[in-house]
Design a protein. Structure first.
Length: 95
């Protein structure tokens, strides 16, 4: 597989991780747009809309901040889970 295809696959997994966690958090976050098309230094992007009225004024609550942290880590966790599954499958095939 070519290097750029591997990179696109990794970006897609990463962005899907953000989207899944955003949809599963307790707030009413909704995924507006998910893109794996590179634009400048951004390799991929997940746009999330939060209906919270505090967001319009730059204010937020502790719960919203914790939800944002969960969403930010979602991409990294998705990558790690995917790599772990791939390694396990390789071991099963090699055995």
């Amino acid at each position: 597989m070519k290097a750029w295809l591997k990179l696109k696959k990794k970006i897609a997994i990463h962005e899907i991780g953000h989207a899944v966690i955003a949809l599963k958090t307790e707030g009413k976050n909704s995924v507006h747009k998910l893109s794996i098309v590179s634009r400048g230094q951004i390799l991929g992007q997940t746009k999330i809309i939060s209906p919270n009225e505090y967001d319009y004024f730059g204010l937020t609550t502790k719960e919203n901040l914790l939800n944002q942290i969960k969403i930010y880590y979602g991409g990294l966790i998705a990558e790690e889970l995917y790599l772990k599954i791939v390694e396990q499958v390789k071991q099963i095939i090699a055995a």
